[in-house]
Every structure is written in structure tokens, then in C-alpha cells.
Design a protein around this ligand. Structure first.
Ligand SMILES: Nc1nc(=O)c2c([nH]1)NC[C@@H]1CN(c3ccc(C(=O)N[C@@H](CCC(=O)O)C(=O)O)cc3)C=[N+]21
Ligand SMILES: [Mg+2]
Length: 285
């Protein structure tokens, strides 16, 4: 079997067109959804990501504002910026680009963001709401995976799903979303014994470990749907996922890297910002 590629780039583009229509409908009512992006330091990768996010906003009619700070910024200055954005009626969403420099307590900064503006969904109150299956902001990467599955007509209910990775930004929220959708969910990770025995049982395998080509063909059930969340830059400059190329000979459907989950993450940031604007300004459908 050779897996069909799930074209995240094309799906994200289609979703962005729909988001643009909804943004324009809001604009006709005098509301311009606005995202504030906070960037600390000069990490080139973070600068590229932020530039891409700002460009994606512009494309759909979301206004964005960039707040840049030097790497040695004090936590007090950062918190003061968040406080000002929380109190700014024009700002719908706030995104603090991660990672932050080591001297800054990330949790302290993320928890300062008003829950109603937390478009990354990293605030503990949003996470708690996700656990309970209540209305909240879904973290963009697993949100993007759920949209990919929906677009592909893959219904998680009743599926044996295995999530590899237990990070707060991908693995844990991914497991919760699949669980809430009715999947039987196993969360495996770097400390799991007999990892392959778990992954081989998966009808749906989501991998977010950040290790290049970590999942090999013999770890995958024939016919499984494989979602590769990894984005690893190799020394030669190539971008590869957490799933080895040979898995394409075993899976039924698989996301490529690049062009799979990554573009969906950005589309979901736009979706969440639009939702924030609708919810905050009382125009939610
Ligand atoms: N507060 C915060 N929220 C985030 O959502 C967040 C963050 N911090 N810090 C960094 C990570 C990473 N991330 C990506 C988004 C899009 C692509 C993406 O579009 N990737 C393209 C390729 C990009 C390339 O060529 O490098 C693809 O997979 O096709 C990748 C990675 C969001 N992050
Ligand atoms: Mg792990």
C-alpha cells in the first residue's frame, strides 16, 4: 500500500478563504478582528514564524500588531505589555511567541493573558475547559489536526487513537480533543515501554515528539491514518517530520512535512482570532 498524502497546505488555504468571508462579514458590521503578537529576542526561526502569522492575518483581513522586545527584557515590562493588551478594547487575541528566553517564566506570562483573548489556548483556564469539553480556545496545532480529520471525512468516534508525545502545546490537548470526540485514546511518550506495541494498535497515529524520523514502518499498523506533527530542521537544511518516509508504504493516509499540519496551525490561529472577536463583541453565531 502507498499512502495517500493529506494536503494540509491546500486544506489550510480553503479554510483561510472561508475565514476571510466571515471576517469580511464582521467588518461590514464595523468590527475589525485584531491580533496582537508579542515577540521577544532575535531568534531567526521565531521571526520567520511571526512574519508568516502577520502575513496570514493580512490575507484574511485580520488586523495584526507586533510588539517586539529585546532578549533581555524584564518580566515586569512583558507583563505590563500584556496588561495593556488585555485592557485594549480593540485587541481580540494575544499571542506570545514561544519559546521565551530562559530568564522569563513562560507560565507567568501566559497566565497573564485574558482568557477571552487567549487564542493559543495555553492558559490553564482554557486547558481546564478543554478537559471538561466546554467552550474554549483550542490550541492551534491539535485544532488543525482535528480540522484535517474532519476535512478528510475521518470520524474519530470509536477509533483506536495513539498520540505519541505529551507536551502541553500538542500531545496533551490533542489527546483531550480526540477523547472528547469519542476516540479510545492512548498517550505514549519518550518513557513508554514497548512503544511499538502501542503504536501498532493505532488506527489513528498522531506523532509529536520532535525527533526526526522517529516512527518507522514496523511501528505502524497497515492501513493506519498517520498525522506527523514534527517539524525538524536537519543539519543539511532539510525539513523532516517525526515519521520516516518508509511509513508511506504502510499507512493509508499520511500528512507530509512540510505541507501537512504546519499550515493548518496558522489557519487555526486565524480561526481562533475570529472566534475571539465574535465572542468578545457579542457576534458569535
Ligand atoms: N505562542 C506560540 N504559538 C504557536 O503556535 C507557536 C509558537 N508559539 N512557537 C513556535 C511554534 C511552531 N509553530 C508553527 C507554525 C506553523 C508552521 C508551518 O507553517 N510550517 C510549514 C513549513 C514552515 C517552514 O518551511 O519552516 C509546514 O509545515 O509546511 C510551523 C510551526 C507555531 N508555534
Ligand atoms: Mg515527550
Amino acid at each position: 500500500m502507498t499512502a495517500e498524502l493529506i494536503d494540509g497546505k491546500a486544506i489550510a488555504q480553503a479554510l483561510r478563504r472561508r475565514i476571510a468571508e466571515r471576517v469580511h462579514a464582521l467588518q461590514e458590521r464595523g468590527v475589525v478582528p485584531t491580533l496582537a503578537v508579542v515577540l521577544v529576542g532575535e531568534d531567526p526561526a521565531s521571526q520567520v514564524y511571526v512574519r508568516n502569522k502577520v502575513a496570514a492575518c493580512a490575507e484574511v483581513g485580520i488586523r495584526s500588531r507586533k510588539y517586539e522586545f529585546p532578549a533581555d527584557v524584564t518580566v515586569e515590562r512583558l507583563l505590563a505589555c500584556i496588561d495593556a493588551l488585555n485592557g485594549d478594547a480593540e485587541v481580540d487575541g494575544i499571542l506570545v511567541q514561544l519559546p521565551l528566553p530562559p530568564h522569563i517564566d513562560e507560565t507567568l506570562v501566559l497566565e497573564r493573558i485574558a482568557v477571552a483573548k487567549d487564542v493559543d489556548g495555553f492558559h490553564a483556564e482554557n486547558v481546564g475547559r478543554l478537559v471538561q469539553g466546554r467552550e474554549c480556545f483550542w490550541p492551534c496545532t491539535p485544532h488543525g489536526v482535528m480540522q484535517l480529520l474532519a476535512w478528510e471525512g475521518i470520524e474519530p468516534q470509536g477509533m483506536d487513537a495513539v498520540v505519541v508525545g505529551r507536551s502541553n502545546i500538542v500531545g496533551k490537548p490533542m489527546a483531550l480533543m480526540l477523547l472528547n470526540a469519542g476516540a479510545t485514546v492512548t498517550v505514549a511518550h519518550s518513557r513508554t515501554r514497548e512503544l511499538a506495541a502501542h503504536t501498532r494498535r493505532a488506527d489513528l497515529l498522531v506523532v509529536a515528539v520532535g525527533k526526526p524520523e522517529f516512527i518507522t514502518a514496523e511501528m505502524v499498523k497497515p492501513g493506519a491514518v498517520v498525522i506527523d506533527v514534527g517539524i525538524n530542521r536537519l543539519p543539511d537544511g532539510r525539513l523532516v517530520g517525526d515519521v520516516a518516509a518508509e511509513v508511506r508504504e504502510v499507512a493509508s493516509r499520511i500528512t507530509p512535512v512540510p505541507g501537512g499540519v504546519g499550515p493548518m496551525t496558522i489557519a487555526m490561529l486565524l480561526e481562533n482570532t475570529l472566534l475571539a472577536a465574535q465572542r468578545r463583541r457579542g457576534t458569535a453565531p
